[in-house]
Write a protein that binds this ligand. Sequence first.
Ligand code: SF4
Length: 602
Amino acid sequence: MVMKINQFTDEIILLFNQRPDKLLQMLIKIQRQYSYIPQQAITQLSRKLLLTEANILSVIGFYSFLHKKSRGSYDLRISDNITDQMLGSTAITSMFSNKLSVQLAIPRKDGRVCVDSTSCIGMSDQGPAMLVNGMPVVSLNKKRVESICQLIESNSPLNQWPKSFFHIKNNIQRKDILLTDCSDNGAAISALINQGSQNIHQQIEHSNLRGRGGAGFHTSLKWRSCKDAIAKRRYVVCNADEGEPGTFKDRVLLTTQPDKVIEGMTLCAGIIGNEIDNNGRLENSDQLTGGFIYLRGEYEYLYKSLQRVLQRRRDAGLLGKNILGVKGFDFDIEIHLGAGAYICGEESALIESLEGKRGIPRNRPPFPAIKGYNNQPTVVNNVETFVNATLIAIHGACWFKKIGTAQSRGSKLLSISGDCDRPGVYEFPFGTSIRHILDDCGAQNVQAVQVSGPAGFTIPAQDFDRYIGFEDVPAGGSFMIFNQQRNLLDMVKNFGEFFVNESCGFCTPCRVGCSLLMQMIDRVHQKISTNHELCEIKKLSHLMIQTSHCGLGSSASNSVMDTLKYFPKLYQQQLNHSDDESLFDLQGELLQARQLTGDDNV
Ligand code: SF4
């Protein structure tokens, strides 16, 4: 066994050219083989990559999909987003635990199966859902759970399970300019070669395209900063780490429009690095560019199909060397897999992860466009942003500006889930009201909508005439609907747990703040809280916003603060009594310390 592990590890190390920055990719492959990372593999990696074992262990510990202990032949991770819970994921989890006689997160004694929960896996439109050895299984119900348990007990390999279990629907419910486009592959690159990099960059600038990941930074500005930075090598990264709970529109774009995503990246390379003049010749032949698609671990099932698209494009001269016959226009793309870390959606953490490290957000400035991957200028854009860039290159800025608002041009893809008749992906022009969106997806008696995930905004019914747009309700992609029957505190509690799990632990205000916030939310939920505690929540939220190192910590309290503002009665009715005193139980808190020390005087 030892020999086999060493041999396999050597093969993996060679596959990645013994590059330490490929550590995460190596670990993912080793785990796929053994279902965990054996110690022999860690020792071997340490020797060959000249990394300390402590370094490798810290990377394993950081990513929730990597493990040092076996989780068995069947590793079940049930998606735990609030929308999964609304569809019955808690009961589904209990069914699995009971039928398979296994405790949550603890591998069964025979070492064959483990049942665990995980953050949203990007299937909120067809939940409850789970990953089995990394493969998504959707629409879980009692019957499906029973079949799966039988398949596990009979040791049936995954490729013999019914195909319907793994059938992922795209659920596109509304199309606009982006989803109806049928342009040929290569049309945007042809436009680049015919019109030159400068002209196409101007079109992107005139279109006022803004990043679709949520922050809304101007795309042309980011590209210009990267282009103007002094360097010989530049990088283009597609952020396909769609980790915001309730979001799944990038999953659908990567399934239905992968060519447009890759073409947008190639276009970017042709603008920031391989500048092309309007005679279709390269102006700057000593500039090198490289590309990555950072694909979230939950979407590993898309890896092979994306590899096929990349190869097809290389074969068609749309990727690789001398693209479309332009000598020196070289650009290629690698796919880099994530391993279950929400924070890696933050662009500087994503770059750390690309370099094989733990995804700890960097200090900014310098921004990645100036100093990114391997300290070289790097453009990081969202999947949807690259698709928009492709279409602007083909059709021009005027076409793009025909819809949307003055500050928010074009359309936005929304992942709609929760209490509505038709969950799925909807494309709306910016400027569409929340009320209109709710009508379209068949939502009734709506109490609130959570836009842009747990880090986003809670929109109450009185604000449904507000509209999606960077100037009003900035929408990253997640749009979760809660009707009047829902207890919004369940949502707040779910988000609180999510942030506790996903805080990277680097800075104290977030690491400790998220846990304290969760404890206080829990007490409100259990009706053992007081007004004093509500004041403490506000103070803590303020502190986290002011002092956290990155956006995760500064947005972790958004849902509790929004619901406190818009739904004060919700909290008041939960209070144990409304005086201003804390219900802190000093003796209860000391009990554990007394038991540990055996000293009753503590
Ligand atoms: Fe990590 Fe949270 Fe600090 Fe961001 S705010 S660096 S996620 S601990």
